[in-house]
Design a binder for this molecule. Structure first.
Ligand code: BTN
Length: 242
């Protein structure tokens, strides 16, 4: 944990990731940008992130790690998925991770994670690591979402305070962030696999312009998905389990 958390709390913003990228040159490493509501949240694979409004978490970590750790940058979203799972477990629920970094409770998505790199002309400015967690919603709010989704208040008997949850998440994130930068996926691999919802399941994975089917054997030491198809074993580093 760093000495003090640098926090920027916005009322309403289009996207905390976008805001953080636009202001990255003025922001210190480790700054946390959050907003009460987010009007144009960005999701993975060019999707959007639905605004469930106040009481939910919309947050971006501004990270400016040394380039000597760059081989571990691609796993930072998986690191955050494990961090989130640890925090959720304090609420007496059983989170599962769907490769690469979705967090589910009872098979329904409760959070989404999106990392974006900010590049200058010839330089690396940093990583904006965004997370949206559904903390307080009504069941009917999910009618506007096309996939099964849920919120923590609907799954836990423990009351959910958004500000407390945010502090718990940030504290847990920075508690082992330096270790993650040095060691990469290997330092979370066991925790990731223990919570993986997809291992030994028959899956269809959407790639950029195609789909592949197979049984998930697990993940590599770099967090890639190992998919065994009819005649081939594939190692995927991007995709979306359908
Ligand atoms: C996904 O598609 O599952 C990733 C969704 C990421 C949403 C979060 S909410 C805070 C941050 N700001 C954004 O615009 N997106 C991320």
């Amino acid at each position: 944990m760093r000495d003090e958390l640098r926090e920027i709390n916005l009322e309403s913003v289009n996207s905390t990731n976008r805001w953080a990228k636009e202001h990255i040159s003025e922001l210190n490493d480790g700054t946390v940008v959050s907003a009460k509501t987010q009007t144009a949240g960005r999701g993975r694979l060019n999707r959007n992130w639905v605004n469930l409004g106040e009481g939910n978490l919309f947050l971006s970590f501004v990270l400016k790690p040394d380039m000597k750790y760059s081989k571990n940058f691609p796993n930072i979203t998986q690191y955050l998925s494990v961090v989130l799972a640890r925090v959720l477990e304090n609420y007496n629920v059983k989170p599962q991770i769907k490769w690469p970094n979705d967090v589910l409770i009872n098979g329904k998505k409760i959070a989404g994670i999106l990392a974006e790199t900010s590049m200058g002309q010839n330089s690396f400015n940093g990583i904006v690591l965004g997370i949206g967690v559904n903390l307080n919603a009504r069941r009917e709010d999910f009618n506007k979402i096309d996939k099964p989704a849920t919120a923590l208040n609907l799954e836990s008997i423990i009351p959910v305070d958004t500000e407390n949850f945010k502090q718990e998440l940030c504290e847990e994130f920075f508690r082992s962030y330096d270790e993650f930068l040095e060691k990469g996926f290997s330092c979370i691999m066991d925790e990731y696999i223990t919570r993986a919802s997809f291992v030994n399941k028959e899956l269809t994975v959407a790639l950029v312009a195609s789909e592949v089917k197979g049984v998930a054997k697990g993940v590599t030491e770099h967090g890639e998905l190992i998919l065994v198809g009819d005649n081939q074993e594939l190692t995927l580093n991007i995709g979306d389990i359908l």
